[in-house]
Design a protein around this ligand. Sequence first.
Ligand code: SF4
Length: 446
Amino acid sequence: MPTYHIITIGCQMNISDSERLASRLEQAGFKKTDNKYGADLVIINTCGVRQSAENRIYGLIPGIKKENRKAKIILTGCLSERKDVRRRLKKYVDAWLPVKEILNFKFKILNYQRRGNDNFGNQDYLSIQPKHDSNFSAYVPIGNGCDNFCVYCVVPYARGREVYRSAQEILAEVRGLVKRGYKEVVLIAQNVNSYKSPIPPSPPLSRGGDFADLLKTINDIPGDFWIRFLSSHPKDMSDKLIKAVASCEKACPQIYLPVQAGDNLVLKRMNRQYTRADYIKLVKKIRKQLNLPSSPFIKGVIWKPPVSITTDIIVGFPSETRKQFNNSVKLFRQVGFDMAYISEYSPRPGTAAFKLVDNVSPAEKTRRKNQLDKILRQTALANNKKYIGKTVRVLMENQTKVGKWFGKTATGKDIRFSAKSSICRAGNFVKVKVTGAKEFCLAGKV
Ligand code: SF4
């Protein structure tokens, strides 16, 4: 039986695409191997969002080809359609696979006979039944692509315009996961809160069919599981959605809300379509609604932690002055993020910003990144210290050594804890008393 090995670089959408690709390969008669140097097919699922992610493949692919000469190399993901990437890697790559073509991938170009069902008609690749890596937590893509065209971003070009799955299909996937014992479903799309069911929703989704309605309907599925979702564009985070999150006891109080810049002029040049004041007002609204003592929250919880807010921000966008960057600094202090992914701007071919002069020096970008990172560490630590002495519900992920476990709180905090009990198993919920806090990790005891 021929073997395959998938290397995934990038975001949750790529991880989820790889799970669908794995399922498609197994359907065609391939078997998974953990050894990239022994596999017959090596698939690299690429990310083109930052130069650093792109650079990884330029070392990786020639290295695999050198060590594993018989391997057929397939390149998929964000970079699979970029002409300059194709030119640079053409002597190493055997086939280029745009993500949406996963379903109808022509195995014959690799001289492999395809097995199983060949007739997929017009089915979308998101309808493939995925092969999940975890048996308790699963990404469920609700759509693909983006219509927002932020000037620095490749996603609308690499993935295309927004396409959403029907609510019926998503609900069926979540019901199946819950039935198989999954404890966490993570609804993903580039912009979950612009979701709209493409076909008129039918019962039980008798409401309008937007993301708030979808969330409430998933919350009504019987079972003990958590719902997370990401990411949310601030301009589309409606009052209706905030109220829905606050009213759903399975929806985790963790909001991923990319800000990208703290200065109005930079935000405008990025085409983000909100101001710094809009963002701050939105965070206040989220905190007010989700921290209400009356809002129902996760069964079995003893202490209700405050909603955690995660963001993405770019430093050194073309012509970002020190003064403009200082507005990002102020925003970081004002919001007090729990987590932030801080990136140094890198021009992405094909985007509108690629034509702008990348005139903030690499050293200055790093300095700005470090400055924000320092503030993030302070605010994250202050937020985490509020957990000390409290008991929280934790989803166990894995054992690190005998009696030591790693898991996540509903607010998405990593937690290491000791537990000797026989009830301990990856995928179980346990109550953990928090005894210590660092910037990005809690410590505790079952
Ligand atoms: S919202 Fe902007 S940053 Fe996010 S995927 Fe769409 S274009 Fe890219």
